[in-house]
Design a protein around this ligand. Structure first.
Ligand code: ZN
Length: 250
């Protein structure tokens, strides 16, 4: 277990707890957000998404997910037993960027191979998870940003866990740029077989610090435990483990 440290909230005086490695912390009692290293107020936009579920009602979208799709055991929704339902407000950096890539590559599927040029131009609200050790599937999370409101501690449920950021803004921007570059490389590779040259220009417009409600749900089915991540704002299952069904081997 990591050691929990404490500092006083300079707005309401309550203790703010944080763990080693955390960079930005939010007061549970008044919503004041502080940069731990300097002790000064966090000055960038801090937003949140609102959670719609409680520990009872969250079972409904989870069971709906169990009932849908072809790959699940037909009795999954009926037989699954929930053993853990934890609401967490995960910290993210949302990096708004315009990215343009130009590339030159070889299209090898033709004989003789052909040199081809192309351009990718896109706008993103790129999501960077602000905690380092987590198996949260960020790339599969289609964050419903249209529901974003200013951070309000009064809308955080008693039973919820609010996680602090371990990544500062500059680092988040760097991560976003790297991931966008990789993504564009992937897109270019759909067009040409071998990239000879690629130039990327990424213009960052805005970064927002965001707490988003995510449910970590564990359920038991036929003696085994499975995990699913559910978006508390929309009820969508972001990613879920499905019990293997044994349909004849071939
Ligand atoms: Zn406070």
């Amino acid at each position: 277990m990591s050691i929990v440290k404490e500092l006083r909230c300079s707005y309401c005086g309550a203790p703010i707890q944080f763990k080693p490695g955390e960079i930005i912390a939010t007061c549970r009692y008044c919503g004041y957000t502080v940069v731990i290293e300097t002790g000064k107020a966090f000055t960038f936009e801090h937003s949140m998404l609102l959670n719609k579920y409680n520990p009872e009602s969250v079972e409904e979208p989870a069971r709906d997910w169990m009932r849908s799709g072809f790959l699940k055991p037909p009795d999954l929704a009926k037989k699954a037993r929930f053993i853990e339902k934890t609401l967490m407000y995960l910290p993210f950096w949302v990096v708004s960027a315009e990215a343009e890539s130009t590339y030159k590559g070889v299209f090898e599927r033709l004989n003789p191979p052909m040199v081809k040029e192309g351009k990718i131009s896109k706008k993103y609200s790129w999501l960077v998870l602000a905690i380092k050790a987590s198996d949260f599937p960020t790339r599969e999370y289609d964050v419903p940003l249209e529901g974003k409101v200013p951070y309000d501690f009064r809308r955080i449920e008693e039973f919820a866990k609010v996680l602090n950021s371990e990544i500062d803004r500059e680092e988040a921007v760097e991560i976003a740029k790297q991931q966008i570059t990789e993504h564009h490389r992937f897109l270019a590779q759909q067009d040409v077989d071998k990239i000879i040259e690629m130039r990327n220009e990424i213009k960052v417009n805005e970064t927002v610090y965001l707490h988003a409600p995510v449910w970590l749900v564990k359920y038991e089915y036929k003696g085994k435990v499975y995990t699913l991540w559910l978006d508390g704002a929309s009820g969508t299952v972001i990613k879920g483990e499905i019990p293997q069904t044994k349909i004849g081997l071939f």
